[in-house]
Write a protein that binds this ligand. Structure first.
Ligand SMILES: [Zn+2]
Length: 342
């Protein structure tokens, strides 16, 4: 059942949900439960609920109404909160973990996406100056912070009353405005403008099928051929973490190996220790291997990673998430994990 969300005018609500659906249906903008949208009216905010997918905007109840004034007060006091006490809706949903920046940005509509082209241009040492060259728009560049309250506090330091575009380093894009159509168009314009590079030719054209990695399927199709690359720099990036959802759904870096034997030993070692197997492995010059148990969100996330890798300028020096940053996303110590699997 679709919630009627009575405190918002029906027409506004309909356009808002239509645009949320369009964003959620575009895998270059939103993958799995990533990305979120909000609309404000009369001291209230309707925001995507935590764990729900924007692609379900029209056919499921995925939004939750919250008390905007109460949340704004908490942000002004610098008080971290999950805003559970500020929920007005009665649909048992919890507001997105990114609710606080939606509340902070003083515009009727806030659209946040993990645009593959934005990410591809927001993960290098020179991202900010490059983006100033590529985009003839006024935007603020927000240094990487853990998503949630920490990120909102960083945005609070940088945001101006006129700000309607925010590029989040190693994360994505926020576009805000008072007209839903204009805000959506501006978001698409930025996403398209940043589609600058294709690294397609860096993959091997024919991938011989390798079947002997236990529990994994060799993705030897044209689509995934980039992972078979002989380019050393590109290969070195496969095991790095670039943005939060990458870590959450693919783990702290995709394990890469030179030989099938090493991959099989790694799997045996994890099984012996009762540690969950990662959804993907990469074998040098051979390509990508998918765990037969990989969940849909992991599959969306590997495609996102692929689209980002296809669009990065390999002459750049890249910024990755550190072990500490990976740990704070997963709530476990990555260094201890890395030692235990080696
Ligand atoms: Zn995000």
């Amino acid at each position: 059942m679709v919630n009627t969300n009575s405190s918002f005018p029906q027409e506004e609500l309909k356009s808002f949900k239509d645009i949320s659906f369009k964003l959620g249906s575009n895998s270059h903008l939103v993958q799995a439960a990533g990305g979120n949208t909000s609309i404000k009216s009369d001291g209230r905010m309707l925001i995507k609920a935590s764990g729900t997918w924007l692609i379900n905007s029209l056919d499921k109840d995925i939004f939750v109404e919250v008390d905007l004034n109460s949340i704004s007060k908490k942000i002004n006091n610098g008080k971290e909160d999950n805003f559970i006490d500020d929920i007005i809706s009665k649909n048992n949903l919890h507001p997105s973990s990114e609710t606080s920046f939606h509340a902070l940005i003083n515009r009727k509509y806030v659209l946040h996406v993990h645009s593959t082209t934005t990410i591809a241009n927001a993960i290098s040492q020179s991202s900010e100056s490059d983006l100033r060259k590529y985009l003839d728009e006024d935007f603020i560049f927000v240094p990487y912070c853990r998503p949630g309250f920490t990120l909102t506090m960083e945005i609070k330091k940088l945001i101006l009353p006129s700000t309607n575009i925010l590029v989040l380093e190693n994360h994505g894009l926020i576009v805000a405005g008072d007209d839903i159509e204009d805000t959506y168009k501006l978001l698409l314009k930025i996403h398209e403008k940043l589609d600058l590079i294709r690294n397609e030719k860096l993959g091997l054209d024919f991938l011989e099928k390798i079947t002997n990695i236990g529990g994994y399927i060799h993705k030897n199709t044209d689509k995934y051929k980039l992972f078979s690359t002989q380019n050393e720099k590109l290969f070195s990036l496969f095991s790095k973490s670039f943005y939060p959802d990458h870590v959450i759904f693919l783990g702290p870096g995709i394990p890469t190996f030179s030989e099938v034997k090493e991959a099989n030993e790694f799997i045996q070692n994890l099984k012996r220790k009762n540690i969950n197997l990662p959804p993907y492995l990469i074998l040098k010059n051979k390509g990508l291997f998918e765990n037969t148990l990989a969940i849909p969100a992991a599959k969306e996330m590997i495609d996102c990673f692929l689209e980002v890798l296809l669009r990065i300028d390999l002459s750049k020096s890249f910024k990755f998430l550190s072990s500490h940053q990976e740990s704070e996303l997963l709530n476990w110590d990555i260094e201890i994990y890395r030692q235990s699997i080696n």
